[in-house]
Design a protein around this ligand. Structure first.
Ligand SMILES: [Zn+2]
Length: 453
């Protein structure tokens, strides 16, 4: 018999299409699905359901993280006053020291932090594959299974080295045939297209300045042949745009369009420096965006045109990006950062707190192709839920719980359920020993630095 869990006495923001909210309500979880959600008291049950007292809390869908580089957790706090290209050039040599153990440690720390900040589904974009590194994608997939998060790892890639006019050092890139073989293998080994899938693979050449035209074309053809999504960085900085104009004679958005990188199965990280034509093309084709406001500010990359993207109908989700450019790695800080960035760019009406919460939940689900399964609290959807404690001094007196969540300090998590399983309870990650993680992260970072010397 399926386990039944009842969360009651809380405010509920379902984030459904009508914006249904209950000042006091409940959700019933049966197995890994939402069985009931409503106002007032929950129905009576025979048997012995697990009961979670939600008084003083706000229940929302679990947050969805649409862009990350988990391995970067063990290279935080470096190149802190640099442009993107300077920052990458400083970090590439360190990342070439990655092995399975380093990736396991970094991924575990990053995933536990995501869980502690409300994330139930995350993607990852892993593009560093040192020749003797071992099975790095396998290491992070194992870490996600242990942490208990729903996971969309992207098999990243780079094949355009400095000698051929790219940015990464020559020994950091892979050969095109090796990339395609490893990508096909990753899909065959791990991709699960089923409704309640915990692992879905995507293919993800890293960037314009580290990928050849052949890699764009071949990755798109392979992904479409096997039915997985496509992800990359696009239009992050003016330096990237200048590089693209100089080397390829077009804007970054035009370059990807030429290589068949538009469509409902594609999502771009950042998408900051876009002209109106690029936004129109993305809207027409349902191409998604992972908006990463904290990382963009940390690297001084620019402020994305999110209000324009939303007005045009482009699917937009939020991302923390790698921890080397967002040391906090906190997902609940992203809706707030997105709202502040949008209003800094377009004024006080550019984004409401409820739209910011939508981007962090159903917006992200849409970008990852899972809007039918996650992202709202509706009967039949998967039980990915965040229960936020809003009755401490940090939020007391803020009448509207959605405003308290989005505009206030990151609140403690009373509970986080992923696929019906309790991953966080009373602000503690139950699946990961955090004190051990702290020791391991320090050791792994020292190892990378020693290897790079
Ligand atoms: Zn990134």
């Amino acid at each position: 018999m399926d386990q039944v869990t009842v969360i009651s006495g809380c405010a509920v923001a379902t984030v459904d299409a009508r914006g249904t909210e209950y000042p006091t309500g409940y959700v019933v979880v049966r197995g890994n699905r939402i069985d009931a959600v409503g106002a007032g008291k929950p129905p009576e049950f025979d048997g012995d359901p697990v009961r979670i007292d939600g008084r003083g809390c706000l229940l929302t869908p679990g947050l969805v993280n649409t862009h990350n580089h988990l391995f970067q957790w063990i290279t935080r706090g470096l190149a802190v006053d640099s442009t993107l290209f300077e920052w990458l050039t400083r970090l590439y040599p360190l990342w070439m020291g990655l092995d399975e153990e380093a990736v396991r440690i970094a991924a575990t720390a990053a995933l536990a932090t995501l869980a502690r900040t409300g994330c139930t589904t995350t993607t990852d974009h892993h593009y560093m594959f040192p020749p003797d590194g071992g099975d790095l994608l396998g290491a992070e997939i194992a870490a996600a299974a242990e942490a208990g998060l729903r996971f969309h790892p992207c098999r990243g890639s780079m094949d355009l080295a400095a000698a051929a006019g790219g940015l990464p050092p020559d020994h950091d890139v892979e050969r095109l045939d090796a990339i395609l073989a490893a990508s096909a293998d990753a899909v065959a080994r791990w991709h699960d297209p089923s409704f309640d899938s915990m692992v879905r693979i995507a293919l993800a050449p890293c960037s314009l300045f580290s990928s050849t035209p052949d890699l764009w074309r071949e990755s798109a053809a392979l992904a479409r042949g096997v039915g997985v999504r496509l992800h990359t960085h696009l239009a992050e900085t003016i330096d990237e745009q200048d590089y693209c104009l100089r080397v390829f004679g077009c804007t970054p958005a035009q370059h990807l369009e030429r290589h068949d990188w538009l469509g409902p199965d594609v999502w771009y990280a950042h998408a900051i420096h876009l002209d109106d034509d690029a936004i129109d093309a993305m809207a027409r084709t349902d191409t998604g965006v992972a908006h990463c406001p904290t990382s963009n500010a940390r690297l001084g990359a620019g402020v994305a045109r999110v209000a324009d993207l939303l007005r045009a109908g482009v699917p937009v989700g939020l991302g923390v990006d790698g921890a080397a450019s967002n040391e906090a790695g906190s997902l609940i800080e992203q809706p707030r950062a997105a709202l502040l960035a949008a209003r800094s760019r377009n004024g006080p009406h550019a984004m409401t707190p409820r739209v910011a919460l939508e981007l962090a939940t159903i917006g992200g689900a849409r970008v990852l192709g899972r809007a039918a399964e996650i992202g709202t609290l509706e009967v039949g959807k998967l039980a990915d839920l965040a229960l936020w404690r809003l009755d401490t001094a940090a939020h007391a007196g803020i009448e509207d719980p959605v405003v308290a969540l989005v505009l206030g300090a990151p609140p403690p998590l009373a509970a986080l359920l992923v696929n019906g399983r309790v991953v966080v309870r009373d602000d503690e990650v139950r699946t990961v020993a955090m004190d051990r993680v702290a020791v391991e992260v320090t050791r792994a970072q020292a190892m990378l630095r020693a290897k790079a010397e």
